[in-house]
Design a protein around this ligand. Sequence first.
Ligand code: BEZ
Length: 225
Amino acid sequence: MSGQQSTLRLGSTAPDFEAETSNGKISFHEYIGDSWAILFSHPDDFTPVCTTELGAFAKLEPEFTKRNVKLIGLSANNTDSHKAWIKDIDEVSGSKLSFPIVSDPERKVAHAYDMIDYQDATNVDDKGVQFTIRSVFIIDPKKKIRLILAYPASTGRNTAEVLRVVDSLQLGDKHRITTPINWVPGDDVIVHPSVSNEEAKTLFPKFRIIKPYLRLSPLDATNDN
Ligand code: BEZ
C-alpha cells in the first residue's frame, strides 16, 4: 500500500491493510471474511458530529449484523484516543459500541482509500495535517467496492441510507432487479432491463409495464424460487 492517494471506483478491489484498532490488530480482508463490510471514516475523535454518528452506527449494528455486514470505523487518531472516546459515545448515545475503529495516525489507510480532505481548512490536526473526511465504503464478500460516499466534516451522515443501500445491493445480487428513487424494502422494484417481458412473466408474475423501459413489480416470497 503506497502513501499516494489511490483512485478507487465502484468495482475496485478494496485495498487490504493491517492496522491497530480499538479491538486489537486486524488484517482487513481477514476481518471481512465471508461477510459484507462497511468501512467508514470520521474526521476526529471527541468531536460533536462524529460522536453522534458513531453512536448511531453502534445502535444500528444489529440491523447490519442481520444482513451479514460488519462495521469498521476509522480516523487518524490513536487507539488510546478511540478507547477513551468510545466511553463518551456510549454515554451520550446509549449505545454499546463494539465494532473496531481503525487507528490511522499516519493516514496510510486514509490515503489508500482516498479519505483525505482538501476542502475544509479547519479539518486538520494540530500540525496542520489533514484529517479524514466522512467516507463510507460498502464492500461485498468478494472484497469489491459497491458504494462510495464522501460527506464534508460539517454534515453528519444518515445511517438509514447506508442500510437502505445494503438492502438494495443485496436484493439486486439475488434477483434481476434494480431499485428506484427513494425505494425502501417492501416497495416495488424495477425489473432489470436484461429481463425480457417473456422471462418477466415467470420471474415477476405481477410485473406491470409503465414504459417499455420501466417495468415495476412487487417482490415477495414467490420470487425466491
Ligand atoms: C465534528 O464531528 O463535529 C467535526 C469534526 C471535525 C471538523 C468539523 C466538525
